[in-house]
Design a protein around this ligand. Sequence first.
Ligand SMILES: [Zn+2]
Length: 217
Amino acid sequence: MCSFCFFIVMPNLMVANAIPQMPFGGGHLAEWQLDIPQDSDGATGSSGVGAGASAVGRDGYRSADAQAPWGVPLRGPIQHWGNTYDRPLLGCEFQDANYADHVGVDFPVNAGTPVYATMSGKVVWAGDNGAWGGLVVVENGDYQTWFAHNESISVQVGDLVQAGQVIAASGNTGNSSGPHVHYGVKHFGGAEDEAGTWLNPEFYFSPEDVIEWGCGS
Ligand SMILES: [Zn+2]
């Protein structure tokens, strides 16, 4: 699914020439570009919050039944580029070969699609956050889950949410080249670990939950 990946660093004109069958007029090219990596996604890492990214600290909330996240933040059917898919599309992966500093996974999807919490927890960020765009962060125990580039947010900081609850509508906000949900999972190694470490979200859902789409395809 990633046969076009090597085009991602080429000028648009070259892409258009190389793939004449692509509908690149009007908004279509912009839509097609949505999987181009966003530099913003690498703005934070295991060392904490990087330059240009607003800090989202560790709150310390832990419910009695705190669990690791599970599942994907979208539900099928998924609308993308005028097509419908029965499951979410998995675009750029964690530390993707085309995007080495990517700290989460990207799900290309039309703007306005409901985004679901993947674990119960406390909302510790709900609002604009620079390059992340409209960002929701849910924390519980050893984990934070990040949902970025949303066009609207339906929770507030301090809210306690349940897994499966709608928390936002997806979008193309912040440093994003097209509508998608960036999903990140950050793990804290102990009570003193304030920075946390980004883990591969694919550890926290089943391969059957998604359709492999590729990064830049
Ligand atoms: Zn991303």
